[in-house]
Write a protein that binds this ligand. Sequence first.
Ligand code: SF4
Length: 226
Amino acid sequence: MDANRTRVKEMSIARTMAALEKNNMGAAYLPQAAEVVPTLQTLLAKNDKVAVGGSMTLFETGVIDLLRNGDYRFIDRYAPGLDAEQIRRIYLDSFDSDVYLTSANAITEHGELYCVDGTGNRVASMIYGPKRVIVIAGWQKIVPDLAAAVVREKMVAGPANAIRLDCDTYCEKNGRCMSPVCDGRNLMALPAGACENSICCNSVVFSRQRQKGRIVVLIVGEETGY
Ligand code: SF4
């Protein structure tokens, strides 16, 4: 990226961080993805109970490896061989974690996080339970507003996750949502039941927080995750 585009990117990141802070969320900028693990090592304490939401960002930035090999009590939802009941127990136990690590589907320059879940365990834990929530997100997830966040999810995050999870949805086969728009009166812009195997089941906007600093957002200056 040339210096001018880098400057534009960094101004957008600065606007977003300032807005997140006005909404009582912490914010920090990590120019390189390689800074994520060392930064987390300073934010996590030995023996912290740590849980994670479903996120490719956490794999790509080395966070899952850090948690598996570090001095933490990691509740590993990705451990091989877990059955459905064991995973359900992990999701419930995650509410009682010291730190919950995850990503977001979009971050608006108004200082909001936009997260869309299938099962809903991620957004539930982000809303309530864990003492701290750390969101790690590549800068490409920054959008001007919520309408753009909805469209981003339908054009990028939703289809990529549907392909990853083999969900047999329109977006898995076509690389975009069957209705890739935002309708102010119908958020999903879909007739009820139109996407039979939808993974876009729970759309949550995190705006101003009551508990200052519980959610911290680390914006990475390299593209990572969906
Ligand atoms: S609503 Fe359905 S088609 Fe649209 S992004 Fe979500 S899963 Fe894909």
